[in-house]
Write a protein that binds this ligand. Structure first.
Ligand SMILES: NC(=O)c1ccc[n+]([C@@H]2O[C@H](COP(=O)([O-])OP(=O)(O)OC[C@H]3O[C@@H](n4cnc5c(N)ncnc54)[C@H](OP(=O)(O)O)[C@@H]3O)[C@@H](O)[C@H]2O)c1
Length: 301
């Protein structure tokens, strides 16, 4: 995977951008070497809102379409009405995404959040129908634990290629739990994802980090949020030492991990895409990596 391929551009925040702004963002990302674009059926106020805006603004030529990876997600019912991994729902939503994106195939279709009412045979049926029709080329999940992936694999025959999870210096549970494994009385040491980090590495599943610069669930960026002064100071100091920006360092912190994660950016500014791509080319030392982790408020026992 090239360094630019370690960066994907998330399309969750484009609904209110003008066509020109979307075109500039896309062109800037492509120029920086980004080929991955991340969608979901529920992004944007309306159904498939951001997918539709992407297509209206860009009208990708067949040649350009072949050069990029378009991935989307389904399975969350909009309006807080739970989840639906039934075969009928998955197929219908994927077909709607194809229409909204104006494309004949999706490179990756992900199940967005676990549905506890899942019947793995239903997912298997949906994936096989979509694959056989040439509508989806590969499959993944998002926010899934190790056992939830194993459950899907009891019926699904296609590889689960990707798991997109919340990860970054502002919410690092994915790595923090393993670092403090076994420590009595430490909240951080509770393993809540079934050892997902190691499971993904062992099984060749690409982990994608969503909201890489946010703290918590959209509580604001780590660069401007109050209460993160120590992290901001360490990011600024390492950025100065390395002759780069805090955004690049926060990206490098994710890409430094040998799990070789992909960073799903949410910025709407081309300049920040460029900073992240530069960050993916930087290799932090172990000292820098752990110093940032501690500055973000985590324990190194
Ligand atoms: N699978 C899932 O469950 C899930 C959940 C959420 C998101 N996602 C995916 O992940 C993508 C990224 O999520 P996200 O948008 O939350 O990611 P993010 O990159 O952590 O946050 C982006 C937001 O932070 C702002 N920001 C970035 N750098 C900044 C800085 N230096 N100073 C001030 N503000 C800064 C951006 O503003 P500017 O636009 O001004 O730069 C934007 O509003 C989404 O587009 C979506 O594709 C997936």
């Amino acid at each position: 995977m090239s360094e630019a391929a370690r960066i994907a551009l998330g399309m969750m925040r484009i609904e209110n951008l003008s066509d020109g702004e979307i075109r500039d963002l896309y062109a800037g990302a492509r120029e920086a070497g980004v080929t991955h674009f991340d969608h979901a059926d529920i992004y944007g106020g309306g159904e498939h809102g951001c997918e539709r805006r992407f297509n209206e603004a860009l009208q990708l030529s067949p040649a350009e379409r072949e050069q990029v990876v378009l991935q989307t997600k389904c399975g969350i019912r909009s309006g807080g009405r739970g989840f639906d991994f039934s075969a009928q729902y998955i197929v219908r939503r994927a077909e709607e995404s194809l229409e909204a994106l104006g494309t004949e195939y999706l490179d990756v279709l992900m199940l967005h959040r676990p549905d506890t009412l899942v019947e793995p045979e239903e997912v298997a049926s949906a994936f096989s129908q979509l694959e056989a029709a040439g509508k989806v080329r590969s499959f993944g999940v998002s926010n899934h634990t190790t056992p939830q992936i194993e459950l899907l694999k009891t019926a699904v025959t296609q590889p689960i290629a990707v798991n997109q999870v919340q990860f970054g210096l502002g919410h690092a549970a994915l790595v923090a739990q393993g670092i403090a494994a076994n420590m009595e009385g430490l909240k951080q040491s509770a393993v809540r994802d079934g050892g997902l980090l190691e499971y993904a590495r062992i099984n060749g599943i690409t982990l994608e980090a969503w909201s890489p610069f946010q703290r918590g669930f959209f509580s604001g960026s780590i660069f401007e949020q109050g209460g993160l002064r120590e992290l901001q100071a360490v990011l600024a100091r390492i950025a100065t030492e390395r002759g780069t920006t805090p955004t690049a360092i926060a990206t490098a912190w994710i890409t430094r991990h040998p799990a070789r994660m992909r960073v799903v950016l949410g910025t709407t500014r081309v300049s920040r895409v460029g900073e992240a791509v530069a960050g993916a080319q930087l290799v932090l030392s172990r000292e820098e990596w752990y110093e940032l982790f501690v500055a973000a408020g985590y324990e190194v026992p």
